[in-house]
Design a protein around this ligand. Structure first.
Ligand code: FA5
Length: 629
């Protein structure tokens, strides 16, 4: 797998959000080593230009297909990776660097995202028109959560109706959205209010809705509000100092009325008013491809593709949504499709003796759809294998455990302030005189003294303990339930050098050759000395800078956005504290040891090729995300 993606992908969607099909050249194909039973690969593509929107700015990633001379790539996720756009998905057949390919956007999904995003800005503006000095800091336009705008200003739930009326007023004025590519300096010159996280490695664009103040925005937007679907300001809630204004958007064409949260499913609803010739062509190609793979009996194929309610007639109905000037060409596309379908079915009929029922016993079976292990389980398996190769034994200890093992035996007596760091969930259970309260384990370090006891306080110990942990934390890098892996080595003569050697070994095995580890002084109550552990960034190779071309095509060095410093922090480590050895019945005069504990999710998201900026996605149940691994 290649680790460096220095190509600057030309972002076509910034200029034209309505572009649904185009051609591009492949710069790099990155195959992972998983070949599925049907022969397809999970892979990533880098192109010289793209119309696929990479997830960001609150807007979810686009999906679609990339068709090349010898293969097809189904795009399931798109991310922005320091100048390159990484298209992740499934490769069928063969695509290689240099191939010219056709990009087909899943327009229905994109159009829904455009509705969500533009209407989010309109809700934002409506709040600002209604509530004095309202300041917004964030917007969620459909990434696995309810649509919302976050304001630092207090907004009362009573203002919902007033904001709704303002939204409707703006939409009724049929305002236009306009965009303009500008530099940061130009934005400052024009007095644009800049967010603190303005991207440093992306072309910058200003979005203006009607005559309202322009704002930096790289998303895709409706041209005019007369395209807007009905929007409802659904709720206003307080989150600490912030107020969240929630909104829902309903597709008027949708026959299925889904209830509640309307953001999680882009389910093939039809975008209203128009369908472009490129979209019609793509759908026509899809139907032909589907028929060519369809193994159903010929009679069934005829009904399914050419019957009254068949796929051809369904597509032919779209002609009413084609603009009058394109209708003639649309008619030709449909005629060609019908002829191709008829010819294919006729050929099948000719090749079969339809009077005698015949079964081809040599035909390959239909493989059942196979699932795969959850990405976090895959990561845990890989971690286990890596440490097993150097003599560690995987162990498991309870995730509902006594305070004694989680804190007390780790040199944290009751009321010690260090305990506050762990944001513990306590179980309502009788308190044991010796072992204390029952808690949900906040870290896998509870395994340290348990492992010493399991081995009757007799080193050598080489343990790798992987388990679920729980803390009262929830944001893009923290979940209430997460996983850690804990290493513990105790023997005679163990030093920091052994720890550093183990870290370097893991870095190279898990992240690939050339990855380095770094330790920085820190404090943990159960290790002395203690360290924070960092691994070098695979994008900038520990330098903290990436090279990319500016507007004039000249190579400039900019800060690596992925790591910002050249390094990623993954967890803690240190030499086992003598008091912990004593708690496990081991004589610290005779034995020494080292320990480390890292988050599985965090460690995994830093792998080359992945660019997951929100670990909550692992637990969202969102199949479009999980299927990529
Ligand atoms: C600890 O948990 C120590 N037990 C680690 C340790 C073990 C130090 C042995 C010394 C010797 P810390 O709280 O920093 O340390 O957590 C370690 C890692 O767990 C973090 O860097 C992060 O990767 C992960 N982590 C912690 N809390 C969460 C959370 N809520 N969600 C996801 N990952 C988390």
């Amino acid at each position: 797998m290649t680790e460096k993606h220095t190509t600057q992908t030309n972002l076509l969607y910034l200029e034209d959000a309505y572009l649904q099909q185009t051609t591009a050249n492949i710069v790099e194909v990155i195959l992972d080593n998983k070949v599925r039973p049907d022969g397809s690969h999970s892979a990533s593509l880098i192109l010289d230009q793209t119309l696929f929107y990479p997830q960001g700015g609150g807007q979810p990633a686009d999906q679609g297909t990339v068709e090349g001379p010898n293969g097809t790539f189904e795009v399931t996720h798109v991310s922005y990776n320091g100048g390159s756009v990484l298209h992740k998905g499934t490769l069928r057949g063969n695509l290689k660097a240099g191939d010219t390919v056709t990009l087909n956007l899943d327009w229905n999904r994109r159009y829904q995202h455009m509705q969500w995003h533009t209407l989010g800005h309109i809700v934002d503006q409506a709040v600002k028109n209604t509530v004095k000095d309202a300041t917004s800091i964030d917007g969620n336009h459909g990434i696995g959560k309810k649509l919302s705008i976050t304001f630092t200003t207090k907004i009362s739930a009573d203002q919902k109706q007033q904001i709704q009326q303002e939204v409707e007023k703006i939409i009724a004025q049929n305002v236009s959205t306009t965009t303009e590519m500008v530099t940061k300096d130009e934005m400052i010159k024009r007095g644009v209010k800049l967010p603190f996280d303005l991207p440093s490695n992306k072309p910058l664009r200003l979005l203006q809705i009607g005559k309202f103040p322009p704002m930096p925005d790289g998303g895709t937007h409706l041209r005019q509000t007369n395209e807007a679907w009905p929007v409802q300001v659904s709720d206003i809630q307080q989150d600490g100092e912030n107020s969240l204004v929630y909104y829902t958007v309903e597709n008027p064409e949708s026959t299925k009325k889904s209830k509640g949260n309307k953001v999680s499913v882009a389910d093939g609803q039809k975008a209203p008013l128009f369908i472009s010739l490129t979209a019609l062509r793509r759908q026509s190609t899809d139907i032909r491809a589907e028929l060519s793979l369809d193994q159903s009996p010929v009679e069934e194929l005829t009904t399914k593709y050419l019957g009254k309610k068949g796929k051809f007639n369904e597509l032919a109905k779209e002609i009413r949504n084609v603009s009058p000037e394109d209708r003639k060409e649309a008619g030709q596309i449909l005629n060609e499709l019908k002829t191709a379908l008829e010819q294919h079915i006729q050929k099948l009929k000719d090749s079969q003796n339809t009077t005698v029922p015949w079964t081809d016993l040599t035909a390959p079976g239909q493989p059942p759809k196979l699932g795969h292990m959850h990405p976090v389980s895959q990561a845990m398996e890989e971690v286990t294998r890596i440490f097993e190769r150097i003599g560690f034994t995987r162990v498991r200890y309870p995730e509902v455990d006594w305070d004694h093992y989680v804190f007390e035996a780790l040199n944290m007596p009751p009321d010690h302030p260090a305990r506050d760091e762990w944001e513990t969930f306590f179980i309502e259970a009788p308190i044991d005189q010796k072992f204390g309260k029952v808690v949900l384990t906040t870290h896998t370090s509870n395994g340290q003294v348990r492992e010493m006891e399991r081995l009757n306080s007799t080193p050598p110990i080489r343990m790798i303990n992987i388990a679920r942990c729980y803390r009262r934390q929830q944001d893009a890098t923290h979940t209430q339930m997460f996983h850690q892996f804990e290493g513990l080595v105790v023997d005679k003569g163990i030093t920091i050098q052994h720890l550093k050697g183990t870290l370097d070994y893991f870095a190279q095995e898990f992240y690939g050759p050339g990855t380095k580890s770094r330790i920085r002084p820190f404090h943990f109550q159960f290790t002395e000395p203690s360290f924070e552990v960092d691994f070098s960034c695979h994008i900038c190779h520990g330098t903290g800078e990436v090279e990319q071309k500016d507007g004039k095509g000249e190579v400039q060095k900019t800060k690596c956005k992925f790591c910002k410093s050249g390094w990623h922090e993954v967890g803690g480590a240190g030499m086992v504290h003598p008091n912990v050895l004593k708690a496990g019945g081991i004589d610290p005069e005779e034995y020494t040891g080292f320990a480390f504990g890292w988050g599985v999710e965090r460690t995994y998201t830093l792998k080359p090729g992945l660019n997951i900026d929100d670990i909550r996605l692992f637990y969202s149940g969102e199949m479009r995300f999980l299927e990529q691994f």
